[in-house]
Design a protein around this ligand. Structure first.
Ligand code: URA
Length: 282
C-alpha cells in the first residue's frame, strides 16, 4: 500500500473515532504530560470521597460536595452524586456555570474546547433544551450558533421571538466527539444541572428539541413524531408548579428532512398560541 493510501486510512480512522478537527500544528503526548504533572506534585495527605468536581475543599461557605472532592470521579454514580450536590448548591445561572466550569465528572469535558451552557434571557418564560453542542458551539462556547442554530433563530423569528425572549440550553454541556449521540452516562451526569437550570429560570413553557431532550425531560422513549403535537407536564422537586412542556423536531433533523418543516411550523403556531394565552406576569 502506498504512503498516500496509508495516510488516507489513518485520517479515516481518526474521523471514525470522532477526531474531526485539528487544533494544533504539533502532536502533544498527553500521557507524558500527565506523568510529569504527577511527578511534580507532592503526595496527597487526604483523599476526599465525593467525586463530582475537581476543586479542593474551600474555606468559604462549604457545600456538601465542596467538603469532599477528589480530582477524578471514581464511578459514574459518584459523579452523578457530585453533580447533584453542585447543582443543588447553585442559586443562579452564573453559580451553575461556575460549578460546571470546575466540574470534572463528565468525560465529554476532556475532549471539548469550551463549556457550552446557556444563551438568551435568564428571565425568559420559555426555555428550549436541545441535545448537545456541535463543532461551532464548541469553538464559541454558546449553544445553537452553527447551522441548526441559524435555523432555530429563523423558527423563533417566525413567531415573533428572538434570543432576548427565550433561554436556550442542552442536555449535555460539552461537545460529544464527532457529534455522536450523548451516552446515558453523559446525559445522567448533566441532568442535575439541566434540572436545576429549569428550577432557577422557572419558565412557563419548556420545549424539548429532538429525542434526546424529550427523553431527558419527560423520560419518554417514543419518537419525536409521536410525542409532538401534545402538551406534557414537566415536574422536579424544586419547582413550585409543573411546567407545560412540548416536543418538536430538532433543527438539525429539519435540515436533513425538510419535508418535516410543515409539522414543525404547526408546533411553532401551537407554541405561539400558548404563549399568547399566558397571563402577563406569569
Ligand atoms: N445541536 C444541539 O442540540 N445543540 C446545540 O447547541 C447545537 C446543535
Amino acid at each position: 500500500m502506498s504512503a498516500r493510501m496509508d495516510l488516507r486510512h489513518l485520517l479515516q480512522w481518526y474521523l471514525d473515532a470522532g477526531v474531526d478537527e485539528t487544533i494544533g500544528d504539533a502532536p502533544v503526548d498527553r500521557y507524558a504530560l500527565a506523568a510529569q504533572d504527577r511527578a511534580s506534585k507532592p503526595p496527597r495527605q487526604h483523599q476526599a470521597q465525593n467525586a463530582g468536581s475537581g476543586r479542593e475543599a474551600s474555606p468559604v461557605r462549604p457545600t456538601p460536595s465542596r467538603q469532599s472532592r477528589t480530582a477524578r470521579p471514581a464511578t459514574p454514580e459518584t459523579a452523578v452524586a457530585g453533580a447533584r450536590a453542585d447543582a443543588a448548591a447553585a442559586q443562579t445561572i452564573d453559580d451553575l456555570r461556575r460549578s460546571l466550569e470546575v466540574f470534572e465528572g463528565c468525560p465529554l469535558k476532556k475532549t471539548a474546547t469550551n463549556l457550552v451552557f446557556t444563551d438568551g434571557n435568564p428571565q425568559a418564560r420559555i426555555v428550549f433544551i436541545g441535545e448537545g453542542p456541535g463543532a461551532e458551539e464548541d469553538r464559541r462556547g454558546l449553544p445553537f450558533v452553527g447551522a441548526s442554530g441559524q435555523l432555530l433563530d429563523r423558527m423563533l423569528a417566525s413567531i415573533g421571538l428572538d434570543r432576548s425572549r427565550v433561554l436556550i440550553s442542552n442536555t449535555v454541556f460539552w461537545r460529544p466527539p464527532g457529534n455522536r449521540n450523548p451516552t446515558m452516562a453523559e446525559l445522567s451526569v448533566c441532568l442535575p444541572f439541566v434540572e436545576r437550570l429549569i428550577e432557577i429560570v422557572s419558565p412557563s413553557i419548556l420545549i424539548a428539541l429532538g429525542g434526546a431532550a424529550a427523553k431527558t425531560l419527560l423520560a419518554r422513549n417514543e419518537s419525536v413524531g409521536r410525542l409532538r403535537g401534545r402538551w406534557f407536564t414537566y415536574q422536579s422537586g424544586g419547582l413550585a408548579a409543573p411546567i407545560d412542556t412540548a416536543v418538536t423536531f430538532h433543527p438539525a433533523y429539519l435540515l436533513r428532512s425538510p419535508d418535516q418543516k410543515r409539522a414543525a411550523w404547526q408546533d411553532l403556531l401551537r407554541l405561539k398560541e400558548r404563549l399568547e394565552s399566558l397571563p402577563p406576569d406569569s
